[in-house]
Ligand binder design. Structure first.
Ligand SMILES: Nc1ncnc2c1ncn2[C@@H]1O[C@H](COP(=O)(O)OP(=O)(O)OP(=O)(O)O)[C@@H](O)[C@H]1O
Ligand SMILES: [Mg+2]
Length: 294
């Protein structure tokens, strides 16, 4: 049985969850503070992440696509009134975009901050998605940020040393690298992984919570139907686990399927929300599973 861990905001401006507490940021008018979004805490993932935040420690969240990694950090930022920024380090993101670059105009050269320096200076939280796909130059720069001195030297510019604002926090996320289902991702360099003192492994949502989430996010309030869809998802995940098929089946995909099923039958909606995104063989296996329930 899972024990529900309650969140609470105290009168003196502290966010509490289980054994963790974070002082709520008093800074108002930060456009990067996220809007409130429906979120159900699962297990102690949120409590442990909040603990790391309260100690100023970087956290890496590891889990399949759509298990709620981004939403967890976003939710915590929203509850504590902190700015939330995201960057995806798939091979396309360059050091220029991440750290910053020198530009030239008629007056000479000037420096433009990348998202990292911007977040460090403004004290926002930065979620680095797909950290395992980052370029070696970026990994190098993350090393110095994550080391005890927690600073970045802008060697490309004027040698300026950037020390983070006290509210700045780093989070990273990645899909598990035990398998090769995610094209383009590499095993995260051990040295980089070692620099995250807290790692949280996130699994798929428990049945009851997933039904709630899917109903809430899709707007499809047919609990019986959504319950069957979650059963399908869990059977598909088992088939993936047993290496019968090699796609993924996320909560996000379930939400898309449930949303479309308000207007079309579950089987018709599956064609456009599930089969279209996977290979024919996997689609056939999933179709058989769906036929068992609908
Ligand atoms: N605990 C939860 N409470 C409410 N909704 C959730 C929860 N977990 C997942 N979801 C739903 O699943 C969707 C996907 O979650 P999210 O984008 O955080 O996944 P992710 O792990 O970051 O995926 P990716 O690896 O693809 O970036 C969310 O938009 C939300 O609708
Ligand atoms: Mg994400």
């Amino acid at each position: 049985m899972t024990i529900e861990i309650r969140e609470e905001i105290t009168k003196n401006g502290v966010y509490k969850i289980g054994r963790s507490e974070i002082k709520i940021n008093e800074n108002i008018d930060n456009p990067y503070v996220p809007d409130s979004q429906f979120y159900l805490p699962v297990g102690d993932d949120l409590e442990k992440t909040a603990w790391a935040v309260s100690k100023g420690l970087p956290v890496i969240l590891i889990g399949e696509t759509g298990v709620g990694k981004t939403l967890l950090v976003r939710h915590l930022a929203q509850m504590t009134n902190n700015g939330f920024r995201r960057v995806n380090l798939n091979g396309m993101t360059t050091v220029d975009e991440f750290v910053g670059k020198l530009m030239i105009n008629e007056k000479g050269t000037y420096w433009v901050n990348g998202i990292l320096i911007d977040a460090m200076e403004s004290g926002d939280w930065l979620l680095i998605d797909e950290i395992n796909a980052c370029l070696p130059e970026i990994a190098f720069c993350l090393h110095s940020l994550l080391d005890d001195d927690k600073m970045i030297v802008l060697t490309e510019y004027d040698g300026r040393i950037i020390k983070p604002h006290p509210n700045f926090r780093v989070f990273a996320s990645m899909n598990p690298n035990e398998d090769r289902r995610y094209a383009g991702t590499k095993a995260l360099n051990e040295a980089l992984l070692d620099r995250f003192p807290v790692s949280i492994r996130m699994g798929y949502l428990p049945y009851e919570i997933e039904v709630d989430v899917v109903m809430n996010q899709s707007g499809n309030m047919d609990k019986q139907l959504v319950g069957k869809m979650v059963n399908v998802a869990n059977d598909v995940r088992e088939a993936i686990e047993n290496e019968k098929i090699f796609c993924t089946f996320s909560t996000r995909r379930l939400i898309d399927w449930a949303r479309m099923s308000e207007s079309f039958s579950a089987s018709e909606s599956a064609i456009s929300t599930i089969y279209g995104k996977i290979n024919e063989f996997d689609a056939k296996v999933i179709e058989d599973i769906i036929d068992n329930y609908f």
